[in-house]
Write a protein that binds this ligand. Structure first.
Ligand SMILES: [Zn+2]
Length: 83
């Protein structure tokens, strides 16, 4: 099944392992702790806007971390975009 899309594919981020399709686990973990580097934060959030699977992964990671409440607002915003 091919879906034409005007959105560009994720750009490779220098210095980071390739993440075909999904965010690397250590990104998810760092994001959940609020420690993801600003260099890649935009990349991660751009992916999270389109990928419910990774939102769920971040959500699960966040539930075990100290910044749970902060993700609720993010998830609401993302859920609104994803529908
Ligand atoms: Zn993903």
């Amino acid at each position: 099944m091919t879906e034409l899309s005007s959105s560009a594919p994720p750009r490779p981020v220098p210095g980071l392992p390739e993440a075909p399709g999904h965010l690397p686990e250590h990104w998810v973990a760092a994001y959940a702790r609020g420690e993801l580097s600003h260099d890649v934060l935009g990349h991660a959030e751009a992916h999270l806007e389109r990928c419910r699977a990774c939102v769920d992964a971040v959500d699960q990671a966040v539930r075990g971390g100290p910044h749970g409440p902060r993700l609720d607002a993010l998830r609401e915003a993302l859920a609104n975009r994803i529908g």
